[in-house]
Design a protein around this ligand. Structure first.
Ligand code: SF4
Length: 341
């Protein structure tokens, strides 16, 4: 289990135009010492400590030392530590921070790279380039640290080509795992003003889901773990969303979309209408039905009624039969990319 310790904007030199971690993490002025004491008593299962919500390598060494001192009882009991950061190995003090973290059982660094397009990174005021990501990634890897990537979809100015570029780079770098976040427009951020004054336009919710599905399916197909799709739901974030693609079930909707697209393509290409039997694993029944049954309604609109049977197939596998002569067995993740053209 991963035990997140949120340190909102800890180490952030400047803010990226879309970010406000106090809403995202729902932690502002909380007493870390007390929080850690409570956790240390409560947790019984094995865990890793994760420092999220900031730019850890941007922190001052003395300030990070203070935080690590508070976390020491937890870190000593843990299986190791993960941290999230901007990818900027060239900044002063990077190697000292790395040594300090290694002394505190660092396992994984999650590098935020919302897109592999430098012009969008500049627009977002990320303060780093794609080249910085490359250099940071290699630097960490060469020192035995596992690297994960935090990606985004639905960014201003982002095109289909940018998503393809993201996928290409993920497959090339082979990170330990990825996370996929949809863009969320948060009250009070520069991005919220730009969206309100129509200086930037965003794609539709369905398009953001489609882009996330493409990254997800490509990573899974190539054996790269996807740890999370979407932001963790919390009241403070929900109350301060001014646009973008926030949904408490974003990840689930993305997974449902994969089944929807793949099956619609098969039904259309094979001219299937009427009742058809489909077998899937128990875990995939809800993905097949869709968020609040939306997939089933969508199939019905196209004249197809699914007779769902749970079987011992693997996750994402499905078997279609019409009882007369049609038989098709495949894997939705394997087929998803073909639905994009
Ligand atoms: S996205 Fe990351 S680096 Fe940018 S302001 Fe937010 S926490 Fe800091």
């Amino acid at each position: 289990m991963i035990l997140p310790i949120f340190l909102p904007h800890f180490g952030c030199e400047k803010r990226c135009i879309y970010c406000d971690q106090t809403y995202i993490t729902e932690k502002e002025d909380y007493d870390l010492t007390r929080y850690v004491c409570d956790l240390t008593d409560k947790i019984k299962e094995p865990f890793e400590v994760a420092l999220y919500g900031g730019d850890i390598f941007g922190a001052k060494k003395e300030e990070l030392e203070k935080i690590l001192k508070i976390l020491k009882p937890l870190i000593e009991r843990s299986k190791g530590m993960r941290v999230s950061s901007r990818p900027l190995v060239s900044r002063k003090g990077f190697s000292e921070i790395l040594e300090l973290l290694k002394d505190h059982r660092l396992n994984v660094v999650e590098l935020g790279i919302p897109t592999f397009n430098d012009s969008i990174l500049r627009f977002l005021k990320r303060g780093h380039t794609v080249k910085d990501l490359e250099e940071t990634y290699r630097y960490l890897e060469s020192r035995g640290i596992k690297v994960a990537l935090q990606l985004m979809v639905g960014l201003p100015k982002e095109t289909e080509m940018d998503i393809k570029e993201t996928v290409r780079n993920v497959l090339r770098l082979k990170p330990h795992y990825i996370r996929i976040y949809p863009l969320v427009v948060i009250r009070g951020t520069p991005l919220a003003e730009m969206v309100a004054s129509e200086k930037v336009r965003l794609v539709s919710f369905e398009e953001a889901v489609r882009r996330a599905a493409y990254i997800y399916a490509s990573a899974k197909k190539n054996g790269i773990d996807v740890l999370k799709i979407g932001l963790t739901d919390n009241r403070s974030l929900r109350e301060n969303v001014k646009g973008g693609f926030y949904h408490p079930s974003f990840g689930y909707i993305v997974r449902c979309y994969i089944f929807l697209s793949v099956l619609k393509k098969i039904f259309s290409e094979c001219g299937i209408r009427g009742k058809i039997r489909i077998e899937v694993s128990r875990r995939d029944v809800s993905h097949l039905c869709g968020y609040k049954g939306e997939n089933l309604r969508s199939f019905e609109k196209e004249g197809v009624e699914l007779d769902i049977t749970v079987s011992d197939l693997n996750n994402w596998e499905f078997r279609l039969t019409d009882g007369v002569g049609f038989y098709f067995k495949s894997n939705a993740i394997e087929l998803f990319e073909e639905t994009l053209n």
